[in-house]
Design a protein around this ligand. Structure first.
Ligand SMILES: NC(=O)c1ccc[n+]([C@@H]2O[C@H](COP(=O)([O-])OP(=O)(O)OC[C@H]3O[C@@H](n4cnc5c(N)ncnc54)[C@H](O)[C@@H]3O)[C@@H](O)[C@H]2O)c1
Length: 190
């Protein structure tokens, strides 16, 4: 019997080497680009030739991501931004638009403790909604109109497979309500 193995490498089909130069003259915005998945998405787009606008409130880590992307030859702009703060996002998106039209928006900023709805204080739960849901909604609200007008563009929203625990919410187990809300509402976007 073949034993399942854990793949921690990028799958061949989506390896950045397949996309070399395909994003030249494309402007890609990545939120939460300071570390983790956001950093590596940024590096992958840098390898594909994109110009990058990196958003994060952790400016030190953001600087490191910028250097890593520049090492791949990309033009990189970084913006200190908490994506849960509407006015900050408005200002940052205005600045980004001075660089050109936004071709791709990656809503990656998110995180927070993984605990059930009633196992955290309400304020913690709501902070999770703001971090994982409101931020992406603000960015889409600001970026989508331009994409609709130009009839092109791509928005990638990073959620969590914890969002598939909707039925466990009903069963009263330990779901991540914020992520459930997030994916359900995004699924209804047109
Ligand atoms: N790591 C995983 O196993 C995993 C699994 C499923 C989904 N995800 C999702 O992927 C995304 C990234 O996960 P990660 O593990 O790389 O997280 P991480 O905590 O390593 O990095 C998140 C980055 O986002 C930034 N950030 C957080 N909130 C922000 C805000 N309000 N405004 C601006 N920047 C903000 C942080 O400063 C950090 O640089 C999250 O949305 C997370 O829910 C992660």
């Amino acid at each position: 019997m073949v034993q399942p193995t854990l793949n921690t490498e990028v799958y061949d089909a989506i390896h950045p080497s397949n996309f070399a130069s395909q994003f030249i003259n494309k402007l890609v915005v990545v939120t939460g680009a300071g570390r983790g998945i956001g950093r590596h998405i940024s590096i992958a787009f840098a390898k594909a030739g994109a110009t990058l606008a990196l958003l994060d409130f952790d400016t030190e880590r953001q600087k490191e991501t910028k250097s890593l992307c520049e090492a791949e030859g990309a033009k990189v702009h970084r913006f200190a931004c908490d994506v849960t703060k509407y006015e900050q996002c408005v200002g940052v998106v205005e600045e980004i638009k001075k660089l050109g039209e936004i071709d791709v928006l990656v809503n990656n900023a998110g995180g927070g403790p993984i605990r059930g709805f009633t196992s955290q204080k309400f304020e913690e739960f709501w902070a999770g909604i703001e971090q994982n849901f409101k931020g992406a909604m603000i960015m889409m609200h600001l970026v989508l109109p331009g994409m609709k007008k130009r009839k092109k563009g791509c928005i990638i929203n990073i959620a969590s497979r914890l969002s598939s625990l909707e039925c466990r919410l009903i069963a009263g187990r330990e779901p991540l309500l914020g992520h459930c809300l997030y994916i359900i509402i995004l699924g209804r976007q047109r």
